[in-house]
Design a protein around this ligand. Structure first.
Ligand code: SAH
Length: 286
């Protein structure tokens, strides 16, 4: 019997997270590189991504943010950053028990174990009551979700009226002209490298769903240019003693992930793969 999507995602992150954290650190997402900036440290670029996304989403500066949901939290890199930035309690969801364990160790080191709580649970059936959160944050987990509308609907269910959804995700290019079979194969290769865990859609699909959901102030943008240097940096990091050790220790999943990085890099370069950001406010009075 073939593994379910959830099992494949769990396995992908159970197998590869330790190696990634050793080589790279606690953030499992792209870095943000503004074009006018000098070359910068890649961990810094990842922290900058969190702040740049919050600043772009706006509307959170003057609001009291006491509870945040990080839907697809990895080892809690951005969850801890959000907890500090807002002085908020952050609940993180991941499908990987290994990520939860690493996240809890990192929370202990950072002294954030009270503020940041991690659970192994499906973000499409989030174990929270309606209207629990001021912000729902999804940084590079949407690409794993098989049904984007169901995921957005669930994010909005747990968001309070007036609360803000903030999402950054991998998409494919808009289909002004339909994707070619070569482009489809390229996307398939990326998904295969990441445990057949990705469901590719264009940004317009998210926009169409949001148009049918109870939200206002919807904004979106294509940030592919801001992440362009990222995969080259990842690929370079594999060819360091630490990177090669992680590659050997992580076995086949890790090797495939590194291979997937090459396809991600060329996909972003050619414009096939897009890094998109979206934000919206849930309708209703806060
Ligand atoms: N946002 C984190 C991690 C990104 S990696 C960071 O930026 O560091 C993608 C994460 O999404 C992983 O933690 C994976 O377990 C999680 N994920 C994917 N599908 C999920 C689902 N259905 N429910 C909960 N978490 C999910």
């Amino acid at each position: 019997m073939s593994a379910s999507l959830e099992e494949r995602i769990q396995r992908l992150y159970d197998d590869t997270t330790g190696g990634w954290v050793d080589v790279w650190g606690e953030h499992l997402h792209h870095g943000y590189y503004a074009s006018e900036e000098p070359a910068k440290d890649h961990l810094q670029a990842q922290i900058d991504m969190v702040d740049a996304l919050l600043d772009w989403a706006g509307g959170t500066a003057n609001e009291t943010v006491t509870r945040v949901l990080d839907a697809g939290c990895g080892v809690g890199g951005s969850a801890r950053h959000l907890a500090r930035r807002f002085g908020a309690r952050v609940d993180g969801l991941t499908l990987s028990p290994v990520q939860k364990r690493i996240a809890e160790d990192l929370n202990e080191t950072a002294g954030t174990q009270e503020q940041v709580r991690i659970q192994v649970a499906d973000a499409n059936h989030a174990p929270f009551e309606d209207a629990s959160f001021d912000i729902v944050w999804s940084l590079e987990s949407g690409e794993h979700m098989p049904d984007k509308k169901a995921f957005l609907t669930e994010c909005l269910r747990v968001l309070r009226p007036g609360g803000r959804l903030i999402l950054a995700t991998w998409c494919h290019r808009p289909e002004g002209t339909p994707l070619t079979s070569r482009e489809r194969q390229h996307l398939e290769k990326i998904s295969a490298a990441y445990g057949r865990s990705l469901t590719w859609v264009p940004l317009t699909e998210y926009e169409a769903h949001l148009a049918e959901l109870p939200v206002r102030d919807v904004r979106s943008d294509d940030w592919s240019n801001t992440v362009r240097p990222f995969w080259s940096a990842v690929i370079r990091s594999v060819f360091t003693p630490q990177g090669l050790r992680a590659l050997v220790a992580g076995g086949w999943s890790m090797a495939k992930g590194a291979w997937g990085g090459l396809y991600m890099r060329s996909g972003i370069q050619s414009g096939l793969v897009r890094y998109v950001v979206l934000t919206a406010v849930k309708e209703g009075e806060s």
